[in-house]
Design a protein around this ligand. Structure first.
Ligand SMILES: N[C@@H](CCC(=O)N[C@@H](CS)C(=O)NCC(=O)O)C(=O)O
Length: 218
């Protein structure tokens, strides 16, 4: 498989973790989101992914090489094609819980702070650097505060978001924490999240997927 990825991209990081947890081999093809106005916006890349976003996964192990976009759809595809180890629980209610965590990060927190949104704030709306960072921290901290409340009260939380094995929820959470730390968000009142973050980063699959360990890391 080939993964079009950027080392700091949290959506790519989610898929890198899932591939590693499942022990699947893949080649990283770096897409630089900043160089030359962003390689993700170049026509060659947009032929693969018209959204101009990473990640894109090419699965050439199937009959007709498949181009997959959207990190959550990619992780669900990997789960269906390579069920072990499981990244989703066996019971419908528990799957909904895990997907709910993943979606609150991927649909509610991350899109507000994506590069193209921050660029629009800065270039088109002339928002200064300080206000742009305040926007970032506001949406990231308020989203993670809600997630902390949800995790702190749920008996299904173990070492990880769901029990004692990682799930798609952890694949989304850990990259979001990396982003939050890079932008100096206040995570001091998020003990459950930070405990899960530590447990995940102690695993090879997460550590190898981290931005610092990517071939395009700067
Ligand atoms: N919902 C998409 C989000 C993908 C996404 O936003 N990727 C970011 C990097 S984390 C990106 O490519 N940004 C480029 C840009 O905003 O121009 C997914 O989960 O795959």
């Amino acid at each position: 498989m080939k993964l079009y990825s950027y080392f700091r991209s949290s959506a790519s990081y989610r898929v890198r973790i899932a591939l590693n947890l499942k022990g699947l081999g893949y080649e990283v093809i770096p897409v630089h989101l900043l160089k030359n106005g962003g390689e993700q916006l170049m026509p060659e890349y947009r032929q693969l992914n018209p959204d101009g976003l990473v990640p894109t996964l090419i699965d050439d192990s199937v009959d007709h090489p498949a181009v997959l976009t959207q990190s959550l759809a990619i992780m669900e595809y990997l789960e269906e094609m390579h069920p072990e180890p499981r990244l989703l629980p066996g019971q419908a209610l528990d799957r909904a819980y895990v997907r709910g965590i993943a979606l609150s990060i991927a649909c509610d927190i991350h899109p507000l702070n994506n590069l193209r949104v921050l660029r629009y704030l800065k270039r088109e709306l002339k928002v200064d650097e300080e206000s742009k960072n305040a926007w970032y921290r506001h949406w990231c901290e308020s989203g993670l505060t809600a997630l902390e409340a949800l995790l702190a009260r749920d008996p299904r939380v173990g070492q990880f978001c769901y029990g004692d094995t990682p799930s798609i929820a952890d694949c989304c959470l850990i990259p979001q924490i990396a982003n939050a730390q890079r932008l100096d968000c206040d995570l001091s009142r998020m003990p459950t999240i930070m405990r899960i973050n530590d447990a995940c980063l102690a695993m090879d699959a997460f550590a190898k997927a981290s931005p610092a360990n990517q071939p395009d890391a700067e």
